[in-house]
Design a protein around this ligand. Structure first.
Ligand code: UTP
Length: 398
């Protein structure tokens, strides 16, 4: 084995026979092919030619509200929409050990991130009159805590026969020298494989049978950490279907040309998300005749996909992003370290790369202050503090 396996080899040299066998068995079951992505990481970010993509904006949405709502409500009532909540992340920036959704963000009472989402969803359920199937993606490490939490809180009033949990795949992590990290004497420091693997993980974990049985034709996928997240939104569903597109993305108007958000545009004619650091100054500041930015709408991780199209792309290789993260590990002296700053790489697929695999995608404008309150950090930008302010502004009691 090469230097990549430095820490593992150290353990194999010194462990007693029994534990060595335990470790060896685990090693045999792990696919280490992601490690070669380190060398490839410069090419993953090579991009094609970007061009602007027109969004359906708030004024048009208002004008066509009745049409969109009618289509959306009917599709939901017919049971054709399934929801996927992405809750497999490790929330390293927030720094809590438990699943992000279980974090209490209340001020005078307990109110959890999952609870905020379920409250938003219950509003739609009341309007539509039927429960909407909800699939929750966890990682192996946070599944039990997540399921127990929902049980403990009686699924926040949701009919539990409409909720299913599935797990996402895990991959090894490495330090900055590319050496596979260990978590203990007999375990590697594994991490979830990023939010782009959600559909293939659904397939692997046997969810497709349920999706087919229920007759689901559209899947709305969204992040756990936006507490103002509106999922199963009849207007968004109606607008996407009316547009004839096979996918849709909720977007918010960029606050300033240099705002650090990924914008929805096209790349070589296919929908795509250009990260802020991939945009030239010229792209970032280009304006339309009416003065609006040409690349003016950022994504908020709330997408709608046609289910049959997802099945078509399920086996296609997705780009693997090599991301710097804080990864808890065991050092060569056997000491467990919880790093304060990034100490290695995780290998992640991203849901935004799925958008690029679709023939088209409708950018659907939503008002940031009403629908976007992400919790990434404890304080500062996109934090519990900013989310609380926005929740209060929207009349949520904390
Ligand atoms: P982030 O990209 O913010 O990652 O996730 P994270 O792991 O939650 O947080 P940091 O970066 O370590 O601080 C965006 C959404 O994708 C989900 C998260 O749960 C969140 O809803 N996600 C992320 C997964 O479901 N699986 C993953 O492997 C990564």
């Amino acid at each position: 084995m090469s230097d990549k396996f430095y820490y593992i080899n150290k353990q194999l040299e010194q462990l007693p026979e029994k534990e060595k066998a335990v470790l060896q068995k685990k090693l045999d079951a792990i696919d280490f092919s992601v490690l070669k992505e380190i060398e490839r990481r410069a090419t993953v970010t090579e991009r094609g030619v970007f061009a602007p993509l027109e969004a359906v904006e708030v004024d048009e949405i208002e004008k066509r509200a009745d049409e969109f709502k009618e289509i959306g409500l009917k599709t939901l009532r017919d049971g054709k929409v399934g929801l996927v909540l992405l809750a497999g992340g490790q929330g390293t920036r927030l720094g809590f050990d438990q699943p992000k959704g279980t974090v209490n963000i209340g001020l005078t009472k307990e109110i959890y991130i999952f609870e905020c989402l379920m409250n938003n969803l219950m509003q739609v359920v009341k309007e539509v009159g039927v429960f909407i199937p909800l699939y929750i993606m966890t990682s192996i490490s946070n599944k039990k805590e997540t399921v127990d939490f929902f049980e403990e809180h009686q699924y926040f009033g949701y009919d539990k026969s409409y909720i299913k949990f599935f797990i996402q795949e895990m991959v090894p992590t490495v330090d900055f020298e590319g050496r596979v990290l260990m978590a203990s004497n007999t375990e590697l420091a594994m991490a979830p494989n990023g939010n782009g693997g959600w559909f293939s993980s659904m397939v692997l974990d046997g969810m497709l049978e349920d999706v087919h049985k229920r007759g689901i034709e559209w899947i709305n996928v969204f992040a756990v950490d936006n507490v103002l997240q509106k999922m199963a939104d009849p207007m968004f569903i109606g607008a996407t279907i009316a547009s004839g597109c096979e996918s849709g993305a909720k977007v918010v108007r960029k606050a300033a040309p240099d705002e650090k958000v990924g914008v929805l545009c096209t790349e070589d004619g296919k929908p795509s998300i250009a990260e802020y650091y991939e945009m030239t100054e010229e792209m970032a500041t280009a304006r339309k005749e009416n003065g609006d930015l040409k690349y003016g709408f950022g994504v908020i991780l709330n997408y709608l996909f046609r289910e049959d199209k997802l099945e078509q792309i399920a086996n296609r290789h997705m780009p693997i992003h090599v991301v710097e993260k804080k990864i808890p590990y065991m050092d060569e002296d056997g000491k467990k370290i919880k790093p304060e700053k990034p100490n290695g790489y995780k290998f992640e697929t991203l849901v935004l790369d799925m958008v690029h695999m679709m023939a088209d995608c409708l950018p659907y404008e939503v008002i940031r202050e009403k629908e976007f309150a992400p919790i990434k950090n404890l304080h500062g930008v996109d934090s519990i503090d900013t989310a609380r302010e926005l929740l209060i502004q929207n009349g949520v009691e904390l």
